[in-house]
Design a protein around this ligand. Structure first.
Ligand SMILES: [Zn+2]
Length: 229
């Protein structure tokens, strides 16, 4: 009987180790998108599970890549991951994930939201070292909670709310953290893009979702002023 128990313990430990490897991100000390998707299915389920989803992404990541190269971009991603790991995973014991490209996510209980928002301000201007250079980078955050309203939102709905809040946070600047609300959804910006057949100008503009024309078309060309029919 003792042998069976020992064998089961060993099996359990091996399974845990395998899961840790499968969940490990390859660019940061954080867990990866697979771990995030698994964790997200349990959000808000009961008092033991976290009920706030925070999404963050780097500001101006494309220009870092363009200016310093992709290795520098990777160095910035790694540094952002290390900061999230130190402050929030080690410091507050919450889970943080690198979910893709320059996108990060965290899951936390709402009791820790204020502490998170306070400490996230370090992302207003954070330094990363690459070769002999110091690259300053920023990150903004948006969050959504499962206890908003009477029904628990589905994981994809919760994620899209956090991303809408993130878009607004980006307009406010690096280090900012914005919470989702119904009013925010109306402020969400949609991109309209149209090419003028007369002067060949391509216009692209960001329009608040509630101001979007029903046919999703611009009325006229802003350069040659020809109406678009
Ligand atoms: Zn035109």
């Amino acid at each position: 009987m003792k042998h069976i128990q020992e064998a089961l313990n060993k099996l359990y430990q091996t399974a845990q180790k395998t899961l840790e490897l499968v969940y490990q991100d390859d660019k940061t000390p954080l867990q990866n998108n697979l771990a995030f998707q698994d964790a997200l299915t349990n959000i808000g389920r009961n008092p033991q599970h976290p009920d706030v989803l925070v999404c963050g992404d780097l500001n101006g990541f494309k220009s870092i890549n363009d200016q310093f190269g992709h290795d520098a971009g990777d160095a910035v991603i790694a540094q952002a991951g290390r900061i999230l790991q130190t402050l929030f995973v080690d410091g507050l014991h919450i889970r943080a994930f690198h979910i893709s490209g320059d996108e990060f996510a965290l899951l936390l209980p709402k009791q820790q939201l204020q502490a998170f928002i306070q400490q996230a301000q370090v992302f207003a201007k954070a330094p990363a070292r690459h070769e002999k250079e110091t690259i300053l980078f920023g990150m903004s955050f948006g969050y959504a909670s499962t206890d908003h309203g009477t029904q628990i939102p589905s994981p994809p709905e919760l994620k899209s709310r956090a991303e809408i809040a993130l878009q607004i946070a980006k307009q406010q600047g690096a280090g900012c953290c914005v919470g989702w609300s119904e009013e925010l959804s109306a402020q969400k910006l949609e991109t309209l893009r149209q090419r003028c057949p007369t002067c060949n100008t391509t216009t692209s503009c960001s329009v608040p979702a509630d101001r979007l024309p029903t046919n999703k078309q611009l009325k006229s060309c802003p350069i040659c002023e020809q109406p678009f029919s």
